[in-house]
Write a protein that binds this ligand. Structure first.
Ligand code: NAP
Length: 529
């Protein structure tokens, strides 16, 4: 693609690096794509951070309307550039065109959702405690608080979402919405797509007369350039989606800084699915079909892929597993995002197959083409699972582990042993769901989203979605990386004491000029004071 230069965006300037170049690879054919991409130099990464620091006060001063206009402008530019984004992303990721189109739609939807949110302003949680000079024994001061942007944010793109979790994805959209400058670390798996997207954001920054440091896009290795950015004194927070090893490395770097900063890393999740006997007896075939679809969707490369299937031995369960195995055996292999991810999948399968007490019970077909993952189903028993924590490690791809339990006590033991997950699912009849309230409570304890009689893949971007859960699914299980609540990750509370009215942010002024819903002396109100 001739319009790609292969250089980073350092604010409005392009990188000048002549360091060793790399290329994106088409995983479907294992061939390199033009052009060369040049890793940012250490000086360029420093410059991006310094520019972001300079841009911070101006971005923090933007009104909700100004931020909304900027976010919508990015979405409009993405809409216009969709054909070139899709053309490049399909080559770089092996993802089908329809998936790329859909993900671009979601990305624009996220930007517009945040635009709507910040335009209204209620999200800022404005609170006012009026003064009482006559209070005894001490006068009460005037206190007014709201959320302010945290400052420069580094965003590490995900391999498995070239749009929705990448350059203009949810982390970037929520950081911009909060009023923070963003430095993106492009993912080598789709670096050309990143360059096109980065160019669109830079154009939007200029068109909206925002400071140069509002946005930079760095090319190169996360382990080198990304680590440098993570250590930079100007940085205030990190958003990351990827492996547990990568997320954990950034958490450790951030904690070891002389000024530690928060890391919002979305890492690994195995998304347990508990199947109760009555549901299997009444609709086992439909559950098997839905489950195989969910396990293999996007070649299993979703963080919400159901990796654990928990059930108790019964005639209905045996017949369900027979159906599940037949469906998996019929599945074709699918091209994975990168050769590295494919190798990791193969390694994961080999290691699991060699584990004592675990066996392969079904495997799909192989086409013999490069970088293809074959859907694979393993089985073990509850005692083996509980005793071996490594069986909870994510095998990123279309593979799941069936856990056979002898009785409800073993199901409880399995659920009690679970680490944190993004989702947990239960299938049961109405009567079973009523009888198993404690089981559902156990699922809530280990996951950010509990699904009843459905499947965990397919994440709705909304005000109520939670895409987060206890560690290791998220580094900070109090947050979400999808949906409008993701904005709170890039904010901090500030209280203004005894400020003159005119010096206060508009959101906190007596007249309530923005018409916000505020907590005034403990009572919610949209009125002026
Ligand atoms: P990754 O290796 O964690 O990389 C994600 C991003 O973080 C890349 O830009 C990478 O840069 C950077 N990074 C990795 N290690 C780092 C470190 N120590 N310090 C700073 N930056 C670092 O994930 P991936 O490339 O997307 O896929 C590899 C594996 O991650 C998969 O096989 C899968 O197991 C897992 N994964 C899980 C999910 C999920 O949703 N659960 C999603 C995607 C991937 P460089 O590679 O350029 O250094």
């Amino acid at each position: 693609m001739s319009s790609l230069l292969g250089h980073s965006f350092i604010g409005f300037a392009r990188g000048q690096s002549t360091a060793a170049a790399y290329r994106a690879i088409n995983p479907a054919t294992a061939t390199a794509l033009e052009p060369d991409f040049f890793p940012a130099t250490a000086t360029e990464a420093d410059k991006a951070c310094a520019l972001a620091a300079l841009a911070t006060p101006a971005l923090a001063a933007l009104s909700g309307k100004q931020k909304a206009t900027f976010l919508r402008d990015i979405a409009t530019r993405i809409e216009a550039a969709t054909p070139s984004l899709v053309a490049r992303a399909t080559q770089e990721t092996g993802l089908p065109e329809a998936r790329c189109q859909g993900e671009i739609g979601r990305t624009m939807g996220q930007l517009r959702l945040f635009a709507d949110l910040v335009e209204k302003g209620d999200w800022l949680d404005a609170r006012i405690e009026t003064a009482n000079p006559d209070r005894k024994p001490l006068p009460k001061p005037d206190h007014r608080s709201l959320l302010r942007p945290i400052g420069p944010v580094a965003v590490f793109c995900a391999s498995n979402f070239p749009f929705a979790y990448s350059v203009a994805g949810g982390d970037t959209a929520s950081a911009f919405a909060a009023g923070c400058p963003v430095i993106v670390m492009g993912h080598h798996a789709h670096i050309g797509t990143a360059e096109i997207m980065g160019g669109l954001i830079v154009e939007a920054v200029k068109a909206n007369h925002l400071p140069e440091g509002t946005f930079s896009l760095l090319m190169g290795e996360g382990r080198v350039i990304g680590q440098q950015v993570a250590k930079h004194p100007a940085l205030r927070a990190i958003g990351f989606t990827g492996s547990r090893v990568g997320g954990r490395a950034l958490m450790d770097t951030a904690a070891a800084r002389s000024t530690p900063i928060p890391v919002y890393a979305e890492m690994s999740s195995v998304n347990p699915v508990v199947l109760l006997e009555g549901a299997l007896a009444s609709r086992g075939e439909a559950i098997a079909t839905g489950l195989v679809g969910s396990c293999t969707l996007g070649v299993g490369q979703f963080c919400t892929q159901p990796g654990l299937i928990v059930l108790t031995r019964s005639a209905a369960a045996e017949s369900f597993i027979n159906k599940l195995c037949a469906l998996v055996t019929d599945c074709a292999d699918g091209v994975m995002l990168t050769a590295g991810i494919h190798q990791a999948y193969q390694k994961g399968l080999t290691a699991r197959a060699a584990q004592s007490g675990v066996k392969v019970i079904a495997q799909g077909k192989s086409s013999g083409q490069p970088n293809r993952a074959i859907p694979t189903l393993f089985a073990t028993d509850a005692k083996t699972f509980v005793a071996d924590g490594s069986l909870q490690e994510e095998i990123f791809g279309p593979s799941s582990l069936v856990i056979w339990c002898a009785d409800q006590r073993e199901v409880d033991a399995v659920l009690g042993a679970l680490h944190g997950n993004l989702t947990a699912t239960v299938h049961g009849t109405d009567a079973e769901l009523g009888q198993h309230a404690a089981l559902i409570d156990r699922l809530e304890a280990v996951a950010g989203r509990v699904v009843v009689n459905g499947f965990p893949t397919g994440v709705e971007v909304s005000h109520a979605i939670v895409h987060g859960g206890p560690y290791p699914s998220l580094s900070d299980g109090r947050t979400t990386s999808v949906g409008s609540n993701a904005i709170y990750r890039f904010t901090r509370l500030v209280c203004f004491q005894n400020y003159p009215d005119a010096a206060l942010p508009a959101e906190l002024q007596n007249a309530n000029p923005l018409g916000l819903s505020r907590l005034v002396n403990g009572t919610r109100s949209s009125s002026a004071l």
